[in-house]
Structures are given as structure tokens and as C-alpha cells.
Design a protein around this ligand. Sequence first.
Ligand SMILES: NC(=O)C1=CN([C@@H]2O[C@H](COP(=O)(O)OP(=O)(O)OC[C@H]3O[C@@H](n4cnc5c(N)ncnc54)[C@H](O)[C@@H]3O)[C@@H](O)[C@H]2O)C=CC1
Ligand SMILES: CC/C=C\C[C@H](O)C(=O)/C=C/C=C/C=C\C=C\[C@@H](O)C/C=C\CCC(=O)O
Length: 174
Amino acid sequence: IVVNNAGVNLENESWRTTIMVNVIGVIEGTKLAEKYMSKTSGGRGGVVVNVASTAGLTPVFFMPVYVASKYSVVGFTRSVAMNPDVGRSGLRFVCLCPGFTDTSLLSSGLKSEGISGNKLVEELLTSTGINTVEFVVEGFMQLLLTDDNNGGVMVVTKQRGIRYHGRQRKVNKL
Ligand SMILES: NC(=O)C1=CN([C@@H]2O[C@H](COP(=O)(O)OP(=O)(O)OC[C@H]3O[C@@H](n4cnc5c(N)ncnc54)[C@H](O)[C@@H]3O)[C@@H](O)[C@H]2O)C=CC1
Ligand SMILES: CC/C=C\C[C@H](O)C(=O)/C=C/C=C/C=C\C=C\[C@@H](O)C/C=C\CCC(=O)O
């Protein structure tokens, strides 16, 4: 199992760091997994979970670079997953797209300039809700334990629960 989870949410003069960590980091991690885990190169197969965000599925006005990075993760993961050679590799590639989740990334982000006290941001948070980490982990475990979901993009939001984006797939209860 490989989970490319590292992420930052920096805009303004530090936006390049967001791209380096959130995009380059995920691509590097995925390519390493392909190199060392693929059955075609002596590996045993497995699963690569790339952590994107609901911000990789819908624009968010106050963090355009972060959104760009997460759209990249979703598009990259789905593209790798649909390669015809994936079948022989024994690998599957999936995306986890949580909504706002109660971690230090969110708490520090909400204190940053232009976001703290912004009424539109507060309205968005109220409408989408904030996941607990435990709820996101529940979705993550379902991603791991479902072995026919290559290319799957799982959305985890407080407002609409755990579901696959764009696919009419039932999410099994653990
Ligand atoms: N908290 C939220 O609202 C949401 C978070 N996410 C994503 O979930 C993932 C985890 O984030 P959180 O746990 O929320 O935040 P977090 O800030 O608690 O954890 C981020 C982790 O990434 C690590 N990291 C940052 N830069 C790194 C680098 N260059 N090399 C190695 N590790 C590095 C940090 O040390 C930290 O442990 C991120 O990809 C984030 O974008 C997605 C949707 C919502
Ligand atoms: C201050 C922000 C700090 C951190 C950002 C956080 O890490 C993050 O990723 C935030 C995501 C915010 C998303 C905002 C809007 C989400 C809207 C949802 O209702 C839409 C969800 C999914 C759309 C696609 C679908 O399948 O419905």
C-alpha cells in the first residue's frame, strides 16, 4: 500500500511550494510505487491511494493554486489508472477526496489572511460541514478494502457522506 498524503495549502508568494508538494510529490510517489510494486518488474502489486480533495472536483474561490494542485492529483490518478498495462501490474490507483476536515491544515488555513473572518468562507464551511478525521479514515478503509475500484474517486463530506464521484457504485459498509 502506498498513500501519497502529504499536502500544504499555501497561496500568494509561496504557491510554488503547494505545486511541488501536492502535485510533484504525488507524481513522484506514484511512479516509485509503479517501479517497485508492479508485478511486471518483480513486485507484488497493491494499491496506491492519492489524497486529493473535494477542491479537486469543484473550484474554491479563495485557494486557486490549491484547487489546481488537487485537480491535477485527480486527473493524474485517473489517467494512470486507465492505462491498459495496469491490469498486468497488479496495481490499482485510487483517489481520496475529503471535504473540509478537522486537522491542523484546516485550522491554520482558516487563520490565514483573506480567509479568517471571511463571510463567504464561513458560509461554505457551514454548507459543506467539517469531517472528523475518523470519518475520513472510514472512507479511506473502504477504498483500501474494495479491490475492484481501480480509478475510483471517493468523496467524503459531512453533508453527503461517503460515495464515489461520478460512478453509481454502492459503498459497502465495513
Ligand atoms: N484538512 C482538510 O480539510 C483536507 C485535507 N486534505 C488533504 O489531506 C492531506 C493531509 O492533510 P491534513 O492531514 O489535513 O493536514 P496536515 O497539515 O495535518 O498534514 C499534512 C502532512 O503533510 C506533511 N508534509 C507537508 N509537506 C511535506 C513534504 N514536503 N514532505 C513530506 N511531508 C510533508 C506534513 O508534515 C503533515 O504531516 C493533504 O494532502 C491535504 O491536502 C484534503 C481535503 C481536506
Ligand atoms: C482554509 C482551507 C484549508 C484547507 C483546505 C482543505 O484542505 C480542503 O481541501 C478544502 C476543500 C474545500 C472544498 C470546498 C467546497 C466543496 C464543496 C462540496 O460540496 C463539493 C464536493 C464534491 C463535488 C463533486 C461531487 O462528487 O459532488
